[in-house]
Design a protein around this ligand. Structure first.
Ligand SMILES: Nc1ncnc2c1ncn2[C@@H]1O[C@H](COP(=O)(O)OP(=O)(O)O)[C@@H](O)[C@H]1O
Ligand SMILES: [Mg+2]
Length: 487
């Protein structure tokens, strides 16, 4: 199959759609072009990109005119885009009026339909997010990755595919990036070429531009889930079993301190949201995040968000500052979006001194790894504590580690629910209550067939459930698995 046909097939496009290649390489990097599979449907190895990295885009006869007119419009009203005295409607009216003039001055014969399309597309480009608008409005798209102006990958249902959208030029991409970051009062240019921002709908954005991004500006958008996943959704998706959900709910009710551990994009924040959802409605909850993502349904929630330094390097408020401040706010529970630094020490101390029931996440690949990650993070607090003292803090503060992973088939699964039991010598002792059993292998489509199961070891925290009168289904910790989790 020719490349064009493969791309068409991957997009599910009919033969009426003509795509041409524009620049870029035609063969997959270092591979045989014939080895490329039609995109999306490659469950045997979903982690790999489904298409060769060839760059293709639909031909738009008006592309050049559009680009010129957009530049002209930007030149005329660019300074007013971040003018806060204009609301969106006034800005749109202003832009439409200017655009009308610009397009007329171009003296290109256009049908009315073409003229309207041109004006609305340029409007989207200069006032909104250009070709990203459609992807942002597409509910099935969860992540958008712009790799230079010609290539936009999207994630749908956990699978990466090349989209048919593209920017007409690096300049157009840069305008969209500048507009996004200007809205949150940040700036992106050669002196500060990387920025984290948030769209009005809560989606998280990272932008990095040349010279750091060597092949052109790169933009990564993690879309905000309007309807956050619930515990029942996660059970439905196979992320955890009903038994595990029941145990985790009991852990939250029993005020155990819980750490969710996982890699980037494995679903830590989503799980943290679900766990926080189990906190009883009569408790005062303080959430602390780098960029607000949690969506708690309880009434009594105070949301705090850290702040980076401004352009002059002043005014930074860190997660650590917020954790310390939260202790003076009479919290019943502290929920920290992610521990990435010295705040870990303050969190552990809080957990050890009357703020039980706190929950957070760390970036790590196993429960054991979560412990060493926390050690490193505590050292970042700069207190020069001996390692043994740090481990004692960790082992007495943390009760449960929940490990979540993204498997090869793209599904997110809880692979461990692990109790932190204490210390044996210099080592923190961990005991798995549930682990994922991979032994069933994968089916013909590459889907993982295994499931999580109880190890058969009753965790010590179950005693606490009993003392507190928290009911659990009988036999919930009984093994349906041969492996025993003692490590
Ligand atoms: N259990 C799950 N099953 C399927 N998709 C999930 C699950 N948890 C999260 N997601 C999706 O995965 C993406 C990343 O989730 P997020 O919780 O932000 O990950 P992390 O905090 O680990 O980076 C989101 O788009 C989210 O909707
Ligand atoms: Mg997260």
């Amino acid at each position: 199959m020719k490349l064009n046909e493969r791309v068409d097939a991957a997009r599910g496009a009919g033969p009426q759609n003509h795509f041409v290649t524009r620049g870029g390489t035609l063969a997959p990097a270092g591979g045989d072009p014939a080895a490329g599979r039609p995109g999306g449907e490659s469950p045997a190895d979903p982690g790999s990109l489904p298409l060769p990295t060839a760059v293709v885009a639909p031909v738009d006869p008006l592309a050049e005119l559009k680009e010129r007119a957009a530049q002209e419009l930007f030149g005329r009203i660019g300074s007013r885009l971040s003018d806060s005295s204009l609301d969106e409607e006034q800005l749109h009216a202003l832009a439409r009026a200017e655009l009308g003039k610009i397009v007329s001055a171009e003296q290109v014969p256009l049908s009315r339909e073409e003229r309207n399309r041109l004006i609305s597309e340029i409007g989207a480009d200069v006032l909104g997010y250009g070709p990203l608008e459609r992807l942002l409005n597409d509910e099935t798209v969860t992540e958008i990755m712009v790799n230079g102006h010609e290539q936009i990958f999207v994630e749908r249902h956990g699978q990466l595919t090349l989209s048919d959208a593209s920017f007409t030029s690096e300049a157009q991409l840069r305008r969209v990036i500048e507009r996004i970051v200007a809205k949150v009062g940040r700036r992106i240019d050669e002196s500060s070429p990387l920025v984290d921002a948030r769209l009005a709908d809560g989606s998280r954005v990272n932008a990095i531009i040349p010279p750091l991004a060597v092949d052109g500006s790169s933009l990564t958008i993690r879309k905000f889930a309007r309807e956050p996943l619930t515990a029942a959704d996660l059970v439905g998706l196979g992320t955890l079993t009903p038994g595990m959900a029941e145990v985790l709910e009991a852990c939250v009710n029993a005020r155990l301190n819980i750490i969710v551990s996982g890699g980037t994009g494995t679903g830590k924040t989503t799980l943290l949201n679900v766990l926080s959802g189990f906190i009883p409605a009569n408790e005062r909850i303080i959430t602390i995040e780098d960029a607000v993502e949690l969506q708690l349904q309880q009434d009594h929630v105070i949301r705090l968000e850290s702040r980076p330094a401004n352009i002059e390097g002043k005014g930074e408020v860190t997660i650590r500052d917020l954790v310390r401040n939260s202790l003076r706010m009479r919290p019943d529970r502290i929920v920290i979006g992610e521990c990435r630094g010295g705040e870990s020490l303050d969190m552990l101390q809080a957990m050890n001194t009357g703020h039980e029931g706190s929950i957070s996440t760390v970036h790590s690949n196993s429960p054991r790894d979560a412990i060493s990650r926390l050690e490193t993070l505590v050292l970042m607090a700069g207190m020069d504590l001996p390692l043994r003292a740090i481990r004692e803090q960790i082992s007495s503060a943390i009760d449960v580690i929940v490990q979540i992973s993204r498997l090869k088939d793209g599904t997110r699964r809880i692979t461990h629910v692990t109790e932190v039991q204490g210390m044996e010598g210099d080592i923190v002792t961990l005991q798995d209550a549930f682990v994922f059993d991979f032994s069933a292998g994968v089916d013909g489509d590459g889907r993982v067939l295994g499931h999580a199961a109880a190890t058969g070891v009753r965790p010590r925290f179950a005693d606490k459930f009993r003392e507190m009168g928290i009911p659990l289904s009988p036999g919930i910790f009984q093994a349906d698995l041969v492996t025993r989790g003692r490590r």
